[in-house]
Design a protein around this ligand. Sequence first.
Ligand SMILES: *Cc1c(COP(=O)(O)O)cnc(C)c1O
Length: 391
Amino acid sequence: MLDNYNDYILPTYAHQEIAFEKGDNATVYDKNGNNYIDFTSGIGVASVGHGNKALSEAICTQASKLLHMSNLYYTEPQQRCAESIVRLSGFDMKCFFANSGAEANEGAIKIARKFGEVDGEVKRYKIVTLKHSFHGRTITALKATGQESMHNYFGPYPDGFVYADTIEQIETLIDSHTVAVMIELVQGEGGVEPLEREKVHSLASMLKEKEILLIVDEVQTGIYRTGEFLASNLYGITPDVITLAKGLGGGVPIGVVMSAKKDIFSPGDHGSTFGGNYLSTAAANTVLALLEKEKTSGQLDRTIHYFQEKRDAFFDKHQQHFSKCVGSGLMLGIRCKSDELLAALIKSAAICGVLVLKAGRSTLRFLPPLSITTQEIDEGFERLDKAVTAL
Ligand SMILES: *Cc1c(COP(=O)(O)O)cnc(C)c1O
């Protein structure tokens, strides 16, 4: 299939040999007409499912009027999008629009660095992040990522990032140059690992006391992925800066930095050609409207409950391969006893017609569309059952 693919595409991914053609909610179809249950939503992006009618209509309607005019002018759907995000989050913040998670994190880091420049007598620039974190692929976001294996080849990197082994260790790494701490509340790539609530609360109050910014990378956890609009809402904390991306555009690239420091940037400090344009914010507005309804109607909570029960039953049945269940909301995982087993299971699953992801710490990861139906969940786990049996 697609014999010439690797003649043209740089080999940065170990991709599976499947090419999809269309989708319907959590079911996708390849070019040979095979169907797959999608427990990945394109790594947490297709939050309202594939082929979503309301989303495709909103995109088409907007495309027929204006796609892009730049941030040199007002962009009305961008304002509405920021209003919705602020309202749904419940936080007193302002938004900056970018195009991806890494770029949103770059914006967050710039906010922290500028805050460290203008606030206090010594310049503060150090940012503490956690081991096993993932913050993106640009040089700075990569350096912010607490995984040594990702810091090969691309140096010199920007200075000022230090890594804590655990959330408790963060305080010991803080000195007079520390300006921010950046965390994921549920580490996604690092193994679908939720931080402990009490520890997050003590971290948040310690940082408040020291006037150090708390940046929460919600690129994966945001937009209802953990069951609340933001994982910060789920944990009941009020960060200073929050980043969003994956699920917000339903497949259209978009990233956001939310900042409680509303006056931190002046014109010229930051910018983006594409960020927050008509296309991406019209899409995001529809995604937000659909998901808000899904949440307030109780449907999202029912889906989460159903999916988790199925996941738990699957885990119980195949305990010889697995060690524990992890995750939150529809950001779920099962720890496998080995990486080899995990790789084999992902392959076998695709052959049996269900798509699943891997994450760090040998984790089988599920990030289904938030709109997945009970029938799709049933079918997906039935196929996953076959995939395990076929190992
Ligand atoms: C995916 C992810 C990123 C990077 O997002 P891109 O859109 O790929 O740049 C950053 N942080 C977290 C927590 C992520 O899950």
